[in-house]
Design a protein around this ligand. Structure first.
Ligand code: NI
Length: 209
């Protein structure tokens, strides 16, 4: 009698351990999936100034796909090249994929001291008719860069205008019409690849109204 109680107790404990173990395993298994389904915390909040001098917040992202790039107008090389990639990709989409949702291109300065709304407006007009330039106070730009996790470092260089240039991360950010981060692209992406991926992502993204 005593032995059979002990045996059934042991069996019960083993059973509980198995059930508990499965629960722990399932919870642990669930975690990476739900984490990867969450929208990354990028571009949630910003307070900037458009190249028309108007206030711009994350509300701008609502109802449209937005492709943002951070740089500065005095950038000798990387920024103009990246903006050309952006422009060519958009031209390709506009030429061949007329049914795709339109993507609004935005250039955000990391050099607000020199990139005034007027300077930006003139600069972006060289690249794409719909390209917008956003600036702000140093504090506003610093906060927007934190929001998008953009890197920037001032580099003194006596050979260039004003004696400095700026090292900065060179990444395109695609935001969806709900204001959520959708994808990023390295600046080395080709216009063809960027156009193809933008077309795929904008067509497959469900828009919540
Ligand atoms: Ni640059």
């Amino acid at each position: 009698m005593k032995t059979s109680i002990r045996v059934s107790l042991i069996i019960s404990i083993i059973g509980l351990c198995v059930v508990f173990g499965v629960l722990v395993w399932q919870t642990g298994d669930d975690r990476p999936t739900s984490a990867s389904q969450q929208t990354p915390d990028i571009g949630r909040s910003f307070d900037l100034v458009s190249d028309d001098g108007a206030p711009i917040t994350q509300e701008f992202l609502r109802g449209r796909f937005t492709l943002l790039y951070f740089g500065f107008t005095y950038c000798p090389d990387v920024c103009p090249t990246s903006l050309q990639v952006m422009t060519q990709a958009l031209a390709e989409i506009e030429a061949f994929e007329n049914s795709s949702p339109q993507v609004t291109p935005v250039f955000v300065t990391v050099d607000p001291a020199r990139d005034t709304p007027e300077a930006l407006k003139q600069y972006v007009s060289h690249f794409h008719p719909r390209l917008q330039g956003w600036t702000g106070s140093e504090e506003q730009i610093a906060a927007a860069m934190r929001s998008f996790k953009v890197y920037r470092a001032r580099v003194d260089d006596p050979t260039v205008p004003d004696g400095y240039t700026i090292d900065h991360s060179s990444i395109f950010y695609l935001m969806d019409p709900n204001g959520n981060f959708l994808a990023h692209f390295d600046h080395a992406v080709t216009p063809e690849k960027l156009a193809k991926t933008l077309t795929q992502l904008t067509n497959q993204t469900k828009v919540m109204r």
